[in-house]
Design a binder for this molecule. Structure first.
Ligand code: BV8
Ligand code: ZN
Length: 249
C-alpha cells in the first residue's frame, strides 16, 4: 500500500487509546465500489428528484416509477463488491475494544465486507415489506408487477426510510446513545445533509468525543470535526488501519 497520505500522529494516538469507536457512513464509502452517491455532480439526485422517488407521496402517486428505480439500484448493488474502505472498517472492528457502525447506506456492503455491528439508519433496498402492515415480503419482485401483501393485500415497498418517515426507533436511540458515550467518532463519506443522522457527529463532539471526518470533499459538517482527511475513504481507511496496527504491535 503506497502511503500517499500523511495521517497526523494525533489521529492514530487517539484511535489507539480509544475505548469505544462509533462510525457514521454515507454514500461516499460505497462510491469506490461503483455505487453512485446522491448529491455528487454525477449522483442519483442529479437525474431524479428525491422527493418524487424516496418519499411516501412519490410511491403512492407512481409506484411503478419508484419500483423501477429501486430495482435498477438493487441490480447495481448486487453487481458490485465491498471496497478497501469497507474491508478496512471490518478489520478495525476486529482490533479495537468496542466498535459500532451506523450507516445511512441501504446497500448492505458493510455487512458483505464482514462488519458485524452494523445498524441501518435508513433501512436497506435488499429487503421488502408491506406498506400497510409492515409484514416482511420474501418473494422475488417480478419486473413490471406491483406485488401485494399476502397478509393484508397492502402494497409491497422496499424496506427503506423515505423522506418524511421516522427512522427505525431503536436504531436511532442506539445511535444517539453510542454517539453520546463514545470517545472517538468517525464520519465517513456523507454530505451531512440529511437529519437526524447528520446530527450524530455534533452530538458526539458535544459529549467529549474526538471526531474525525473522512470525505473526498469539504462538507457542511467538516468544521465541527477536530480532524479531517480529505481523501477517498477506500484510500484513507486502509492506511489508518495499517498505521494503527503498527503502533499497537
Ligand atoms: C425524519 C431513502 C421525522 C433511501 C433517504 C431535522 C430533524 C429530522 C428531520 C429533518 C430535519 N430537517 C429536515 C428533516 C427532514 C429530512 C431531511 O433531513 N431533509 C434534508 C434533505 C433537509 N429528514 C427526513 O425526512 C428523515 N425522517 O426525520 O422523520 C421528521 C420528518 C419530517 C420533518 C421532521 C421530522 C428521513 C431521512 C431518510 C431519507 N432517506 N434515502 C434511499 O432511497 O436511499 S436520504 C438519502 O440521503 C440516502 O439515504 C443517504 O443515505 C442520505 C444521505 O446522503 P449521503 O449518504 O450523505 O450521500 P450524499 O450523496 O449526500 O453525499 C456523499 C458524500 O460522499 C459527499 O460528501 C461526497 O463528497 C462524499 N464522497 C464521494 N466519494 C467519496 C466520498 N467520500 C469518501 N470517499 C469517496 N470515494
Ligand atoms: Zn400487509
Amino acid at each position: 500500500m503506497l502511503k500517499e497520505l500523511e495521517i497526523a500522529d494525533i489521529i492514530i494516538d487517539k484511535l489507539a487509546n480509544a475505548s469505544h469507536i462509533v462510525v457514521l457512513t454515507g454514500a461516499g464509502v460505497s462510491a469506490e465500489s461503483g455505487v453512485k452517491t446522491f448529491r455528487d455532480p454525477d449522483g442519483i439526485w442529479a437525474k431524479f428528484n428525491p422527493q418524487e422517488l424516496a418519499s411516501i407521496d412519490g410511491f403512492m402517486s407512481n409506484p411503478k416509477l419508484v419500483w423501477d428505480w429501486y430495482q435498477e439500484r438493487r441490480a447495481i448493488v448486487d453487481s458490485v463488491l465491498p471496497n478497501t474502505g469497507h474491508l478496512a472498517l471490518a478489520e478495525l472492528e476486529r482490533i479495537v475494544p468496542k466498535f459500532s457502525i451506523y450507516t445511512q447506506n441501504v446497500d448492505k456492503l458493510h455487512q458483505r465486507a464482514g462488519s458485524q455491528n452494523v445498524q441501518e439508519l435508513h433501512g436497506n433496498i435488499i429487503e421488502n415489506k408491506c406498506f400497510d402492515c409492515n409484514e416482511p415480503y420474501f418473494d422475488n419482485i417480478e419486473k413490471d408487477t406491483l406485488p401485494k401483501c399476502k397478509k393484508c393485500g397492502g402494497r409491497i415497498r422496499p424496506n427503506v426510510v423515505w423522506f418524511g418517515e421516522m427512522l427505525p426507533e431503536q436504531v436511532l436511540r442506539n445511535a444517539e446513545r453510542d454517539a453520546s458515550h463514545c470517545d472517538f467518532f468517525i464520519t465517513i463519506g456523507t454530505s451531512g445533509e440529511v437529519y437526524p443522522a447528520a446530527g450524530l457527529p455534533e452530538l458526539a463532539v458535544r459529549n467529549g468525543a474526538f471526531a474525525l471526518e473522512i470525505n473526498a470533499n469539504k462538507t457542511n459538517i467538516s468544521r465541527l470535526h477536530q480532524a479531517n482527511i480529505f481523501a477517498p475513504s477506500g484510500l484513507a481507511l486502509p492506511v489508518i488501519v495499517e498505521l494503527l496496527k503498527n503502533k499497537t504491535r
